[in-house]
Design a protein around this ligand. Structure first.
Ligand code: PLP
Length: 349
């Protein structure tokens, strides 16, 4: 650039890939897919993801009332909240036609008192770890009694976040569901799997909740269904360097073989890309502002991440979760849009 600066990498999101991934998950699991667009659409902007997936996903999952209101301004698809902020809060979600997650008894009581309670769909989750809006199995009976009297439509769910305890967690959920049934609740839906458990196969109920898998993570263990990385990162090629046999590519101790070549790209972890210290395919390392690629790539620009990439492999090379890659690049893409508009931070959505 004439001002001496080098353009930052360009991060883009493919709507077609997001949609294709939803279809892949449906084929793979033969279940309905609720797209999880919490945390502002995994950093990419809730509105952006909802626009791409409305009519393709069977529904959505959002964090809270604020996200639910934003979603409702764009889509009338079935949508569930995760957080229970108390009686007024859940009633507001119900007023807007949301599937209301209940984790407090006073919230349930408030919903049950409403004259149109039978038109509401409520969700109750089994808590397996701290931090979720869900209930303990010991409280299931009390919730079941009030739910069955209220006439509300009831969905039950849990979240398997620890592979080591998955078998026993599933057993506990089976007991949770049984308790609701034994206490008069006609269970209208059960959903258990997020991306990783769904990828391992053996889906529990009629629907799954997919977040990071929308972006291409969660390569299924079985079959030949392939997900597409929906995020693309393009970076400027700054330099091509020959090794004299002593040059190191990045953080490791090993020198590049004499005569080998690397390319230096203007993209680093300050741009939302994960820091990479062991090779992922031809990507040798990623530092704060620069990435090192094996070989001399042609042209002024190069794709660092694209449809053929595997977010899980990249995440393993960077010692992070694929979720961190998605949210990191998502936030960076919004910051970029923000800079581009340069006037009052009018983020393109
Ligand atoms: C975030 C979340 C998901 C989605 O998880 P992914 O691993 O991104 O698919 C599903 N269910 C609940 C309850 C969540 O909080």
């Amino acid at each position: 650039m004439a001002d001496g600066s080098v353009s930052a990498p360009i991060i883009s999101l493919s709507g077609a890939a997001l949609r294709e991934n939803v279809r892949s998950w449906k084929r793979l699991t033969r279940a309905g897919v609720r797209a999880v667009v919490k945390a502002d659409g995994y950093g990419f902007g809730l509105e952006r993801i909802v626009r791409e997936l409305d009519g393709v996903a069977d529904g959505f999952v959002v964090s809270d009332l604020n996200e639910f209101e934003r979603l409702r301004s764009l889509s009338s698809a079935p949508a569930a909240t995760l957080y229970d902020g108390g009686p007024e809060y859940v009633c507001r979600v119900a007023d807007l036609g949301g599937i209301v997650n209940i984790a407090r008894f006073d919230s349930l009581a408030a919903l049950a008192r409403r004259s149109n309670a039978s038109e509401v769909t409520a969700r109750v989750g089994l808590r397996l770890a701290a931090g979720w809006s869900a209930i303990d199995i010991d409280d299931a009976k009390e919730y079941a009694h009030l739910l069955s009297r209220s006439g509300m439509r009831v969905e039950l769910w849990t979240h398997l976040s620890n592979p080591a305890t998955e078998a026993e967690d599933r057993e506990l959920f089976a007991r949770f569901v049984a308790l609701f049934r034994e206490n008069g609740v006609e269970v209208a839906g059960e959903d258990v799997e997020s991306t990783f458990p769904a990828a391992r196969g053996g889906v529990w109920g009629g629907s799954i909740r997919i977040g990071v898998g929308l972006f291409g993570s969660g390569t299924p263990g079985t079959g030949n269904e392939r997900l597409t990385c929906a995020i693309e990162v393009r970076a400027t090629v700054l330099d091509r360097i020959f090794s004299d046999g002593t040059l190191r590519a990045g953080y490791g101790p090993d020198a590049l073989p004499c005569g080998s070549q690397v390319s230096v790209l203007r993209c680093g972890y300050s741009d939302g890309f994960p820091r990479v210290t062991r090779p992922y395919r031809s990507l040798l390392s990623v530092g704060m502002q620069y990435s090192i690629l094996r070989d001399a790539v042609a042209g002024d620009e190069c794709q660092l991440l694209g449809p053929d990439d595997d977010l899980d492999e990249l995440a393993a090379a960077a010692y992070v979760l694929p979720h961190q890659i998605v949210t990191g690049l998502g936030l960076a893409s919004q910051r970029q849009a923000c800079f581009a508009y340069n006037s009052g931070c009018d983020i393109a959505r």
